[in-house]
Design a protein around this ligand. Sequence first.
Ligand code: SF4
Ligand code: SF4
Length: 214
Amino acid sequence: MIITEKRSRKQIFNSLKGNKTVFLIGCAQCATVCKTGGEDQVDEMESDLRKEGLKITGKAILDPACHLVKVKQLFHKNKETFKQTDAVLVLACGDGAQVIKDGTKAERVLPALETLFLGEVERAGHFTQKCILCGDCIIDRTGTICSLTVCSKGLLNGPCGGSKNEKCEVDKEKDCGWILIYKSLKESGDLDNMRKIYKPLDYSKQLKPQKIIL
Ligand code: SF4
Ligand code: SF4
């Protein structure tokens, strides 16, 4: 899931300076789980913007906001409204905001959230990064734990040697990622993997922008 957090109201109001009318769009998926762009947060934003003297021309929760076809459907249903809208404020991830720009052709589409990482929902309000989307997955060799994400230095070949009492030398509150990998490999009887040196990842897979056509 894409983890997001709310931008400060001050930052949002500043980005909206000079605009009088705003259309709000949230996301029924990731941003709803993060409580950053679901129905309640869109309603709160509407009320706060009204207090700032802005007129809300409309609001919608897309399922999801990053789906171009759904954005285009919303646009076609609200063509006249969008003509009377100075800015679209998006309570979804940066991907969603850009898809909304593509699908609505609105001149000004602004993010209301910070997009942080791809992560696990441990429980309500607790999220942990699990993957940095490298495109050349190694977790078959590292006990199904991503060293690029769990190790503070993102080491492909670890540990670095600085760990003390199983904690990371960069952040002493954090378990050393490579010790977690060691334990996982030991449990599955794959400790031999710790002795292998892995070649650099194929970073050509990270050339941007990536595109897949199935
Ligand atoms: S190695 Fe890590 S960053 Fe790369 S795809 Fe696998 S989980 Fe994601
Ligand atoms: S102590 Fe462990 S987690 Fe921290 S940087 Fe070194 S190998 Fe990575």
